[in-house]
Design a protein around this ligand. Structure first.
Ligand code: ZN
Length: 358
């Protein structure tokens, strides 16, 4: 198996990592981060599990990373994503694992966000031979297929010379994330939540000759965690898509790099099925948000006085050591790390890092 240098992958090391996932029958968790706390928790968890990992930022997460006080939302989204990427470039090598750096859902109105980030990657590539990000996602799944694919093709043409990939979405992931997404209609057949294998084949035939493309195909997956029962997960759609492409292109098994959105709250059996059908990236956002909140929340409930008084009114003791943000933020970080221990185990990536210092 090919080995890659620790740090952020692109070009040949990116495709080698996808190939290692497919050949090894495992997937990497893709975690939405919002600041250095969540980034460092993800790197720590990946290192201690000996797994490579995907770090991604949504447009809202990028804006938060830059600071909610910045008045220009577009500038904040661009600079916040760049700041996150630079933080990861600087530290990932130190943790000894390979990292895919990615941006999450961007619909048509967010194309200027990606355009500015790609310009930054072009500048970075000229200066260092490496882009700023490994890949971006362009989610035009609510538009007609032809428009989705034509715009995706023109973006991929800009990314390919930088060794960068594009994730597209076909069919609609239910629920919404950062204002992008679709409502579930209760009682309806929700057919728009299930991707047609013919559409996947069409996308693959157009985009794969241009560059590295990955596909978020919808099989009833939903963003966020809801009560079960509204939609049925049908991972066999992924298998049918792989089969359609394999038959038409006479390629080896699992030609498509597939992405599983809305994975929080899925059962182990559903995840196993999806990974066995060629999912190499499983997004985790909601469960990680909850892990962080649960850790911090438990700490606050345990030490309520320290969050209301600097000196304990009962004992006159200073409580600085309890309200120091490093204390409770660290509890949140550890809670993320523990949730990710489970994810690496379930996705089968534990101990499979391809990173090696030569
Ligand atoms: Zn998603």
């Amino acid at each position: 198996m090919s080995r890659v240098s620790p740090g952020v992958v692109s070009g040949a090391s990116y495709t080698a990592l996808i190939k290692a996932c497919h050949e090894g029958g495992y997937a990497l968790p893709a975690i939405n981060v919002v600041g250095t706390d969540s980034v460092n928790a993800v790197l720590e968890a990946a290192a201690r599990n000996g797994s490579d990992v995907i770090i991604q930022v949504s447009n809202g997460g990028a804006r938060f990373y830059a600071g909610e006080g910045l008045p220009d939302a577009h500038r904040a989204r661009v600079l916040g994503a760049a700041s996150m990427a630079r933080h990861v470039h600087l530290l990932a090598k130190e943790y000894g694992i390979a990292v895919i750096l990615h941006t999450d859902h961007a619909d048509r109105k967010l194309i200027p966000w990606l355009d500015d980030l790609i310009t930054m990657s072009e500048d970075e590539f000229k200066a260092t031979g490496k882009p700023l990000f490994t890949s971006h996602m362009l989610d035009l799944s609510t538009e007609p297929l032809e428009e989705n694919l034509a715009t995706s093709a023109s973006m991929l043409k800009r990314l390919a010379p930088l060794g960068m990939g594009l994730e597209i979405e076909l069919g609609v992931t239910g629920g919404e994330e950062d204002g992008i997404g679709h409502d579930l209609e209760e009682g309806a057949d929700n057919a728009h939540l299930y991707t047609q294998p013919e559409d996947v084949l069409k996308a693959w035939e157009l985009l794969s000759p241009i560059g590295t493309v990955s596909i978020a195909a919808s099989f009833g997956n939903v963003h966020g965690v809801y009560k079960p029962g509204n939609v049925q997960l049908r991972p066999e759609i992924l298998k049918n898509s792989q089969d359609a492409v394999q038959k038409a292109t006479h390629s080896g098994s699992k030609p498509l790099p597939l992405v599983f959105h809305g994975g929080s709250g899925s059962t182990i059996a559903e995840i196993d099925a999806a990974v066995s059908y060629g999912v190499f990236k499983m997004n985790l956002d909601t469960d990680i948000q909850f892990a962080f909140a649960h850790g911090v929340g438990s700490y606050v409930l345990e030490h309520p006085t320290a969050f209301q008084h600097q000196i304990d009114p009962g004992t006159d003791k200073p409580m600085k050591s309890l309200y120091d943000p490093r204390k409770w933020l660290r509890v949140g970080e550890k809670s993320i790390v523990e949730r990710l221990d489970e994810a690496f185990e379930i996705l089968g990536s534990k101990g499979r890092s391809v990173a090696r210092t030569s």
